[in-house]
Design a protein. Structure first.
Length: 256
């Protein structure tokens, strides 16, 4: 996971016995990894990413990732759209700013959908995004001085990490939203609602291991039952479980 070029990260609430915990997920092109931890802060995010990680992180706006270099981040636009909607509901000057920012964001997403379906060249998209980015940042600068405290604070917060909103324009394989991770963590949300979390650390290790196995195998279009059967047989023989890496990646890893 640490060696991948792009990783989508997200986290959701969990319970471990009587303690508040968090279920974290990292989705890459090769594997999907889940872990349960008793905190949500930057220390946990740093430990999970590893010191050698240098890929692009696609995340929500959580402050747990603020230590990571801005130029290597893509912050998802879903929360930004909700922020712009909130601006509209405040009325007055804030509504004008919210309307204008939403118009720019929706235009950007229309262009992006065309890039994904192959009807718009990425080079043309990059050229068109230059004036759009300039207009969005001009509106945010105006919003930071608009006199409406909540709107001004939101605009200032966005501008602090302005580089992290546009990485997807330049780097292929990066999405403008974090729906990949949000979709992957959904089974964990359903598990939590059905079982109310776990009762022990051992239970949390079981959840994170099984979810990692199932999500990764589905991602690689491998049979989950066959893998789990082979893993149980290996355990009975005192052997290591089969690798979750695709065959090509496993050979590369072994060579390294």
């Amino acid at each position: 996971m640490h060696a991948q070029r792009v990783a989508h990260r997200d986290e959701t609430r969990w319970r471990q016995g009587s303690q508040q915990a968090w279920l974290w997920v990292a989705v890459t092109s090769v594997v999907t990894v889940f872990v349960v931890r008793l905190a949500r802060g930057a220390a946990v995010a740093r430990a999970l990413l590893g010191e050698a990680c240098s890929g692009i992180l696609v995340t929500d706006r959580s402050s747990a990732y603020n230590w990571y270099p801005v130029r290597w981040r893509q912050v998802g636009w879903a929360h930004r759209l909700r922020d712009f909607e909130a601006m509209r509901r405040r009325g007055g000057r804030s509504k004008e700013l919210g309307d204008a920012l939403l118009a720019q964001a929706h235009q950007m997403l229309r262009w992006w959908h065309r890039v994904r379906d192959g009807t718009l060249k990425r080079s043309s998209f990059r050229s068109a995004m230059t004036p759009l980015r300039q207009e969005v940042e001009r509106l945010l600068e105006a919003g930071s001085r608009c006199g409406v405290p909540k709107t001004a604070g939101t605009c200032q917060d966005i501008l602090k990490r302005r580089e992290a909103w546009w990485t997807f324009v330049q780097v292929a394989g990066v999405e403008p939203t974090n729906t990949v991770a949000e979709r992957s963590i959904r089974p964990g949300v359903l598990w939590r609602k059905g079982s109310f979390g776990t009762q022990s650390e051992a239970g949390s290790r079981f959840v994170e291991s099984l979810m990692t196995v199932v999500a990764t195998l589905k991602q690689q279009q491998r049979n989950v039952l066959e893998y789990l059967t082979a893993a149980c047989e290996a355990a009975l023989r005192g052997e290591a479980a089969p690798s979750l890496l695709p065959e090509s990646d496993e050979k590369s890893h072994a060579t390294a």
